[in-house]
Design a binder for this molecule. Structure first.
Ligand SMILES: Cc1ncc(COP(=O)(O)O)c(C=O)c1O
Length: 423
């Protein structure tokens, strides 16, 4: 038996554990593109609820949910059962034919969503969902003679070429390929609290087809100042511009309500929402939720070979049933989470904490201490999200217990303190 360096109820780290000595990581490195493997060299063997276990039995408290996916906890028993039952029914694939599982899922999703939504386009990835929302805005723009789509600097909307067009690196992300869209306009993200929404920075009001908004800006969990968002929304309504929220990271109770945009106020009623990631807490599924008059169009094809996969739909149905039945309990832990995260500003090295529900972005001046803190946490059995920027993101499964959360926070605090003392 190897000696244990860390041994608690939630964390087990052998004394020979090292991040720089990962054979599986090195082997994969030789087979996948560089950008895919350029992540933290931690091999996952099993993931259960809020624990991740590597092949040697090292056990970590997960503060990543993979990447904001496992809101219901990894390998959630209700989701596993639903997938197994679906397997046993001998329907693993059904293309886009009607199935009972699809009917049940769509009914449940529309029942949980605000009543004015009446159409759901199913897809496999978040990037596809955003691509479709972009097309929907384009079609709407053609119909109404509005040409501009407005989005924000610093935003992220996926990895496809069309996603790149609306990601906040302006058109730099696609300039090399010659694919650009002169009608996508970027405005500065309002990082400062109190920043006012300024219509003068926009293209002519009557020519804007829509606004593409991440519910919060991903890399640092930056929320829009509430009044900014409300003024943007009022402006969009007045000028008949569509409002789309990319809810990839914010959806399915991560911020408290089922969709994160709802935290900006009850009267915010977007035309389109893009969801994915935590829609199943596990298998690949994404969706664009919208209204009939926007999506019943013949220009944009809205389905794919696997977009209604019965296993994914079974997982999604069990997932949203589980989350909606347990959210009251999760909200109690969210309160503690928010308060613990906000306390991190006690450390001089922490420049800002953006926390809401069960997600937080911890902002530093530089990338280096942020990455060092993540690695220190991992060596001590806690896995935060490494952004490779001057931020760390914390997003445990909503099922995390208070004792596990407190233990993870104490490891995080110790790692921050160490870097703080070096400053
Ligand atoms: C805000 C946002 N939009 C879109 C995407 C793309 O989703 P996917 O990786 O499932 O294509 C992501 C993924 O991280 C995201 O965070």
């Amino acid at each position: 038996m190897a000696k244990m360096r860390v041994n608690t109820k939630y964390r087990k780290i052998r004394s020979d554990f090292s991040l720089s000595n990962n054979k599986v990581y090195r082997s994969i490195n030789g087979m996948e593109p560089k950008s895919v493997v350029n992540t933290i060299p931690l091999t996952w063997a099993r993931a259960k609820d809020f624990s991740i276990v590597d092949p040697e039995g090292n056990t970590f408290i997960d503060l990543t949910c993979g990447i904001f996916v496992a809101n219901s906890g990894h390998s959630n028993p209700a989701i596993k059962k639903a997938i197994k039952d679906q397997i046993d029914s001998d329907l693993l694939f059904s293309y886009n034919y009607p199935t009972e599982i699809k009917e049940k899922f769509l009914k449940k999703l529309l029942q949980l969503a605000p009543k004015y939504f009446n159409r759901v386009a199913l897809l496999n990835t978040g990037s596809e969902a955003v691509d479709l929302a972009y097309k929907i805005m384009k079609v709407y723009g053609k119909k109404t003679k509005k040409k501009y789509i407005v989005t924000f600097t610093g935003s992220y909307h996926g990895r496809g070429l069309s996603n790149d067009l609306i990601c906040g690196a302006k058109d730099k992300a696609t300039r090399w390929s010659g694919v650009t869209d002169k009608y996508v306009r970027f405005i500065e993200f309002p990082y400062e609290e109190g920043t006012k929404f300024d219509p003068k920075k926009l293209p002519p009001a009557g020519e804007i087809a829509g606004f593409m908004l991440e519910t919060f800006q991903g890399w640092g969990t930056w929320f829009y100042p509430k009044q900014f968002l409300r003024d943007l929304y009022k402006f969009a309504r007045k000028n008949k511009a569509l409002v789309c929220f990319d809810e990839m990271q914010a959806g399915f109770y991560r911020l408290g309500p089922i969709f994160g945009y709802m935290t900006y106020g009850k009267d915010i009623q977007p035309d389109i929402i893009c969801v994915g990631k935590a829609i199943t807490s596990s298998l690949p599924l994404a969706a664009v939720i919208s209204r009939r008059e926007l999506v019943d169009i013949d220009k944009a094809d809205m389905h794919g070979t696997q977009s209604s996969n019965p296993l994914c739909l079974a997982a999604a149905l069990a997932n949203i049933k589980f989350l909606s039945a347990n959210i009251a309990k999760f909200r109690k832990v969210m309160k503690v989470f928010e308060s613990e995260m906000n306390k991190l500003t006690e450390f001089g090295i922490v420049k800002k904490v953006n926390a809401r529900g069960m997600i937080a972005g911890i902002i530093f001046d530089e990338t280096e201490p942020a990455t060092a803190i993540v690695k220190n946490c991992i060596r001590n059995g806690v896995l935060p999200v490494c952004t490779n920027r001057n931020s760390i993101k914390i997003a445990p499964p909503l099922t995390i217990t208070l004792p596990a959360l407190r233990e993870a926070v104490s490891v995080l605090r110790a790692a921050i303190e160490l870097e703080d003392k070096k400053q």
